[in-house]
Design a protein around this ligand. Structure first.
Ligand code: XMP
Length: 515
């Protein structure tokens, strides 16, 4: 079946990924491309519709991003959002001007044309989310205004004949409650997409593509037990069975029972047809980490050791033609923008690309999916919910949850404490929702008394954060009874701990992990 495509042209807006997610939620496939893409390429892609994103510029600024080409002569519907709306107005002979009052945040939107396709079932007045200084002052020929706000006389406009629509506000954000519906109607009704982007068809499509790419070659996948690599493994297994070799490195910094859980799913009897190669590299990592206390150095050592183990495994396997990776769409989009910020932590993902190995190709079957789509795919492929809905777990594992030197005994402490914390969160029914929670080990030792003896033991820190994007976070308000019960259990059940602390710090100023 031919894939219906909506193209999102990026003019520097912050919310391009949100637009894409709303379009995908309407079961329509879409891709984000820079606004510099040549018109010939757009023609070749034959999109059903085009969405122009917002952007920080004024359309009259000398360096304002424009589209070089006659986008509106392609004969496909176009929806301009915010900056994209102004650009459409300007390119088609309307006028944009600086508004007397800029509008940021919620505004009341009044419909002037309730018969607009985009506004079907939208109340005559509703809330929309605005973020603009300029506004459309004069309609381009052929357009009609379809909505206004108190500060913006043309908050929406359209030329139905030509399939051109523009919204000054942001329909993609949750603050515009009717916005998802407007985007839905644009792609499904205006562009006429049938909504064929569903996970079943994605599985079929990918199985064909993977088989076509790898033939009878072997494919090596670094399986970490995280969502992305697990879903990639399940999908590849469907396509090529035993030709898929999954190397699972136990670096000794996994959570309690994690290695066993991964083996139960992907190992013998787990129901997936693949070659599973677990590697016990605990001792090697502990040796390399002995005496090292600096967080960045620890991260580097873990990353390097991981690559070495992976290389050794790969060599032992003989010729393996392809390397598979669990890259997902946000990674692809973000790496295209090349943001330069301060290095807070050198992140690494278990399964990262080893530099010294040569493969004749890379297989990335999740490259066009968002995280929620990856999870949905995982469910379809029969992965257990515990794996598919798993919280993020950093590549360096417990290495960044043990402050200071890593030793096997400290790993035991943090594994036991963490398992108790997770068990109690489940017992108290607060283990769901968006967030991340775990136990970490501080390097604080202090005096305590147990029985009649003095102790001089470690303090465990509990961390539970509420977050949507992991860029910012606030400490979760856990019930006191839960904290009480976890504390009692940890000090009683975990040898070497005589104090339990709850970390109340948000991010910023703290980070989620301790190192
Ligand atoms: P921080 O500690 O930077 O963490 O606030 C933000 C999110 O990223 C995860 N994290 C990592 N993930 N490799 C990863 O794949 C890493 O090296 C790494 N370090 C932190 C962390 O668990 C949180 O979800």
């Amino acid at each position: 079946m031919e894939r219906e495509l909506i193209l999102i042209l990026d003019f520097g807006g912050q919310y391009k990924q949100l637009i894409a997610r709303r379009v995908r939620a309407a079961n329509v496939y879409c891709e984000i491309l820079p606004h510099t893409v040549p018109i010939e390429r757009i023609r070749a892609l034959a999109p059903r519709g085009i969405i122009l994103t917002g952007g920080p510029n004024s359309v009259y600024a000398p360096d304002a991003p424009v589209f070089d080409g006659d986008l509106f002569s392609l004969g496909v519907p176009v929806l301009g959002i915010c900056y994209g709306a102004q650009l459409m107005a300007r390119m088609l002979g309307g006028r944009v001007e600086a508004a007397a009052t800029s509008e940021y945040g919620n505004a009341e939107l009044y419909l002037d044309a309730p018969d607009s396709v985009l506004f079907q079932n939208v109340p005559a007045s509703t809330v929309c989310w605005m973020s603009h200084r300029d506004r459309i002052a004069l309609l381009p020929p052929g357009f009609r205004a379809t909505a206004h706000t108190n500060h913006c006389p043309i908050a929406a406009m359209e030329d139905r004949e030509r399939g051109l629509y523009a919204l000054q506000f942001h329909p993609e954000v949750l603050h515009t409650p009717e916005g998802a519906g407007m985007l839905y109607r644009f792609v499904r009704e205006v562009c006429g997409c049938g909504g064929t982007w569903i996970m079943d068809s994605y599985i079929e499509e990918q199985i064909k593509a993977i088989r076509g790419q790898v033939g009878d070659g072997r494919v090596l996948l670094g399986l970490s037990g995280g969502v992305d690599s697990s879903v990639a493994a399940a999908l590849l297994s469907r396509a090529i069975g035993k030709q898929l070799v999954c190397v699972f490195v136990d670096h000794g910094l996994l959570r309690k029972n994690e290695a066993e859980e991964v083996a139960a799913v992907f190992g013998e009897g787990g129901g997936f047809d693949l070659t599973f190669r677990p590697v016990d590299a605990k001792e090697r990592f502990y040796r390399a980490l002995a005496g090292v206390t600096d967080p960045e150095q620890k991260r580097k050592i873990i990353g390097e050791q991981f690559i070495r183990v992976f290389e050794a495994e790969s060599k032992a396997l003989g010729t393996v033609e392809f390397l598979a990776q669990g890259t997902i769409y946000p990674d692809v989009v973000e790496s295209g923008t090349g943001s330069a910020g301060a290095v807070i932590k050198s992140h690494h993902n278990v399964g990262g690309l080893p530099k010294n190995l040569s493969f004749s190709g890379i297989v990335e079957p999740l490259r066009s999916l968002f995280k929620d789509e990856v999870r949905a795919l995982g469910r379809k492929l029969g992965l257990p919910p515990a794996l598919v809905d798993r919280q993020p777990f950093p590549g360096p594992g417990l290495g960044v949850r043990i402050v200071g030197e890593v030793t096997p005994d400290k790993v035991r402490i943090v594994q036991e404490a963490d398992a108790i914390f997770r068990e109690e969160l489940i017992n108290f029914g607060v283990d769901t929702g968006t967030g991340q929670f775990f136990a970490a080990l501080t390097n604080l030792r202090s005096v305590g008394v147990m029985g009649d003896s003095r102790t001089y033991d470690y303090a465990v820190a509990l961390r539970a954060v509420q977050t949507d994007d992991f860029m910012t976070a606030t400490a979760a308000h856990l019930p006191y009874a839960l904290l009480d019960s976890v504390t009692n259990r940890i000090v009683n059940e975990v040898r070497g701990v005589n104090r339990v602390l709850y970390d109340l710090t948000g991010k910023p100023p703290a980070t989620i992990e301790l190192e």
